[in-house]
Design a protein around this ligand. Sequence first.
Ligand code: ATP
Ligand code: MG
Length: 137
Amino acid sequence: MERTLAIIKPDAVERRLAGKILQRIEDAGFQIRAMRRVHLSRKDAEGFYAVHRERPFFASLTTFMSSGPAVVLVLEAPDAIKKWRTLMGATDPAKADAGTLRKEFAQSIERNATHGSDAPETAAFEIGYFFAGIELM
Ligand code: ATP
Ligand code: MG
């Protein structure tokens, strides 16, 4: 079993898509091991996306991610990191495969509905960023 950190981003929560996305997560066979609604501060978003701080879109991305409530989740499944990224689809919805969450729900490369960890080390950092060990027992 593997765990990954997923976020239903502020654009999707604002458009009342959280329920639909949670249903897709459960239909795909993930166990939801932890879940919380959070409204990130700008600093929280900057810390979460610190690997992107040199990117031209960093200011815009952290403004967006702190613009409203999001839902953070720990998902568990065999090969969860890759499985969740496959369900999300490509970062840019214009390039996302049919049937993926971003193809269906994203509005742009920035407002792209969901987040997923990209490797075991980032999953460990990102899960620890939002959840204490005791919440994952
Ligand atoms: P995430 O990390 O959110 O799961 P990702 O791994 O597919 O997405 P990253 O390259 O890590 O993509 O980018 C992080 C986030 O930054 C993207 O999900 C998107 O919201 C935003 N982003 C990425 N590239 C761009 C861009 N060229 N312009 C604007 N925003 C971008
Ligand atoms: Mg990423």
